[in-house]
Design a protein around this ligand. Sequence first.
Ligand code: SF4
Length: 263
Amino acid sequence: MARLTQAQLHQLSHNFEERTPDELLRWAKETFGSRVTAISAMQESGCTMCHMISRLKLDIPVLFVDTGVMFQETLDTRDRLAAEYGLDIRTLHPEKSMEEQTAEQGVLYLTAEGQKVCCHARKVEPLLKQKGEFDCLIGSLRRADGGRRGGCPILAIDVEMNAIRLNPMANFTDEQLESYMAEHQVIKNPLHAQGYSTIGCNRCTTPILPHEPKRAGRWRHLGAMAMYCGINPTDMDDLDAQAIDLPLDLIDRILGVKTDFMI
Ligand code: SF4
């Protein structure tokens, strides 16, 4: 095993700014083979990424975390994507049902501290159980969504998963997303048409008014205390000092170099 740092990824991530999402998805498949997966919450960007994976016939599985309190529309969207795009969508579940969790710990999502515990147990932990199976997780974060995503890199280190995060749509604008979805008639979570700009658990997501920021409907009851769940490390951490351990030949493939041991 060898160390791969965020600093080593900086230049590659910068060079990738010129590449299209199609090119980046193909790079991921060529570089990581069967050790790459996508992750989607079944929102607009995620559904678009699923369409791209299907259209390019990349045979990349898609992880979906079902917290047990998802909107039915989101579950239906997942099922449509699997059936109509022929995708291998793997649903991950938390250890406890919401009823069990509430009986033991109370209604966690009503306080800022409780929200962190609830999101960790119901979103982050199910994903962490996949640690070791994948070296690359493809997400659909976009800078156009603003907030902490305004500076989201194309490539990032995920220390907890010991993997790379690839966001091939990081620099996809709202106009590009709309135009791709219209051109390809991408399956859309019907909640978007009801005023939900972003969609998470039914306990913590509301529609937004036209003048509100896109993420205003997430944890609205907590005010400015909560904006993200922690499933995407680039939403939470200062990544600069972080590193993961991967086989040396894989790091060489990622960075496009060949380590020479000759002295
Ligand atoms: S979004 Fe709300 S209900 Fe869902 S896991 Fe987080 S705190 Fe719990």
